[in-house]
Structures are given as C-alpha cells and as structure tokens.
Ligand binder design. Sequence first.
Ligand SMILES: C[S@@+](CC[C@H](N)C(=O)[O-])C[C@H]1O[C@@H](n2cnc3c(N)ncnc32)[C@H](O)[C@@H]1O
Length: 277
Amino acid sequence: MARGEKWEAPAIDVHTPSVARMYDWLLGGVENYLSDRAACAKLLEIVPSSPTLARNNRAFLRRVVKTLVRDYGVEQFIDHGSGLPTQENVHQVAQRLNPACRVVYVDRDPIVLAHGRTTLDENANTAVIEADMRDTEEIFGHPDTERLIKRGRRTAALFVSVLHCLPDSGDDRDPAVVVRRTAARLRELGPGNLMVICQLVSDDPEVRRKVTELMVGSTHGNWGRVRRRDEVRAYFAGFTVLDPGLVDVVDWRPETAPPPVDRRPPEWVEWGGVARL
Ligand SMILES: C[S@@+](CC[C@H](N)C(=O)[O-])C[C@H]1O[C@@H](n2cnc3c(N)ncnc32)[C@H](O)[C@@H]1O
C-alpha cells in the first residue's frame, strides 16, 4: 500500500470456513471463527489426528527451511500458500541463519494477507503478495518478486501443505501443471534450484473420500483432494529427489531419532519431499 493511501478492511467471510483459519485453529491459534471451529469439529470426527498432523507439518517446514539455507545455500524462497503467520515463519528461520535471505510469501486468503502484511512483511527482504498459487506468471512477474528474487542466487519454491487445496482441473490450473510451470521458472533463474512439495495423502479410500467431501462442501468448493502417494510421486517426475526421498514429513531428516510414536497419525499423513532441479 502506498503511503497516504486509505486502508480498507479486507472482506472476510466469517460464515464460510477457510483453510487458512482452520489450519490456524488446528495449530492452537486464535485467528479463526465459529464456522472454522465447527468445520474442524467435523474434521476431527473423521480424522482425530488432525492437530498432530498440522504440528508435524509446521515442524517439517521449519526443518526443511533450515536445512536448505544451512546445507544447500538457499538464499531466496517463494512460499506458495504461506498461511497465517505463526511462530517461526519461513523468513525468521532462514534469516536467523543468513540475514540476507529473501522471502516472498504468496496467499489469497484476506485474513492471511492482512496479518501477513504486519507480521511477515517485516523487513526489506520479505514481501507478502496476493496471488493464486496457480498464477505462476503473475507471481514471478510481481514487482516484489522481481525486487527480491534474483537470477543466479539459490532459490527454493515451497508448496508445503497446499496442493491438496487444488482440484484436478485437467488444464493449466492442475496442480501437476503448476508444479512443472514453477520448476521451469526456477530453472530460468539458474541451475540447482529446489522445490519442496508435500500434501495430504491417505492409503484409506474412505478417509480420502470423507475428508475431501467435507472440505469441498465446507469451503464452498475452495479445496482440492486428499490424494494417494503415487499421485504425489507423479509431481516429482523428472526431478532429482534429495535424501531421504518421498516420505511422511515426520521422517524427513528428523532432528531426533526416531520421532515419537504419538506423532504418527494413523489415518493420513503429509507426504512429500525435496527436489533439486
Ligand atoms: C494448510 S495452509 C498451509 C500453510 C503453510 N504452507 C504451512 O505449511 O504451514 C494452506 C494455505 O494455502 C492457502 N491457499 C489455498 N489455496 C490457495 C491458492 N489457490 N492460492 C494461494 N494460496 C492458497 C490458504 O489460504 C492457506 O493459507
């Protein structure tokens, strides 16, 4: 917002659950409404382990960012579907190791954007942009992205716990196509760039069906699908996957070995890994 411009409160639909606010509730946050909490209550009936899953995912995000900065020299991140700010957001983790790290946060939820602009857009090396994660050209061509993300500096695109928000459209909005288009843009920035991808998967067809029905219905269609492992594996086709491969995110380079048994949701997992292009 330019200086002197009048600030307008974002239009927040408090009656329709939002994925960002539900995830906030699952993580113990307070930026959620009655509709979100009611939808979470229904979700817990199907998958009681959801809060554990959310915490596992957030811990993975912190771990992977730390690893990419420390061990792979990543200096620039594009965080697709960044979510409501919580403790230890991407730029805080990255800039603790390297204060020069740059982060572009992308989301389209008005409450994420409102909070993000006060909490995430914290220093000259971060920006929050409003975009649909499927609009790759808009994201890479955004003035803030062009200001922060420079060719020749190691860059990572994050799609952490977001691709299940996208339906299979069978066209250029399809999640697999979005991944390939983003990879192509990363390759243009230089060799060795990375992509982090994980999403909700279940081996149980009933869990996949029930959660998908609940989320698509609750969000009025603003959701995609719980997928199978092989569908997520297909996102990585043609990429070099870093160790330990595609796994439950709890098993992605855990800091304590082995992770406690109560951190393993039986019904579903966030599943994925890291690819080097
Ligand atoms: C489950 S949260 C994940 C947050 C964060 N990536 C993490 O792992 O902690 C999903 C986020 O994706 C955002 N989102 C969903 N669909 C989106 C879309 N098409 N474009 C941009 N953001 C989207 C939601 O608003 C929400 O903030």
